[in-house]
Design a protein around this ligand. Structure first.
Ligand code: CMP
Length: 139
């Protein structure tokens, strides 16, 4: 089915000027960028976005890295966009990511893993709505 998913190009990647290289991977796989903006998220925004992880030992480190520089938040659209995006990203831990994936090519560590993508339809809808209003999304 035609789906929308939420994607972020994280500060470790924007810092290395990888926004274009990463976006190209999405487009080459048939996903269309239907919304995109660059944001420097506040601590409050990062904590709210990642609230599901707040009891995890890495939460502090996660918020630190997500507020350390600009992030590019995007909405991607395409056939099976949610699963397709996860395939293009590769495993969360770059040491386990498959050849050719974004995380294999660009990620520095599990914490600085260059991209985030929604894992299911419900989280995709929530995450898109967290960063975008409907008028900013041009499908
Ligand atoms: P992401 O898809 O953005 O969702 C939560 C993030 O937490 C994850 O990618 C990783 O960047 C980060 N994360 C997960 N596990 C760890 C860990 N063990 N140490 C540091 N960061 C982690």
């Amino acid at each position: 089915a035609l789906e929308r998913t939420f994607s972020m190009i994280k500060p470790d990647a924007t810092r290395r000027n990888l926004t274009g290289a990463i976006t190209k991977k999405f487009e080459e796989a048939g996903l269309t960028v239907i919304a995109s903006k660059r944001v420097w998220m506040s601590r409050r925004e990062a904590e709210g976005f990642y609230a599901v992880h707040k009891e995890r030992p890495f939460f502090g480190e996660l918020v630190e890295s997500m507020t350390s520089g600009p992030t590019v938040v995007q909405v991607l659209q395409g056939e099976n966009a949610i699963a397709k995006n996860r395939e293009i990203m590769g495993a969360t831990n770059p040491t386990q990511a498959a050849e050719g994936t974004i995380r294999k090519e660009f990620a520095l560590s599990i914490g600085e893993n260059s991209v985030h993508g929604s894992d299911a339809p419900e989280t995709a809808a929530e995450e898109v709505a967290y960063w975008f209003s409907e008028t900013e999304i041009v499908g």
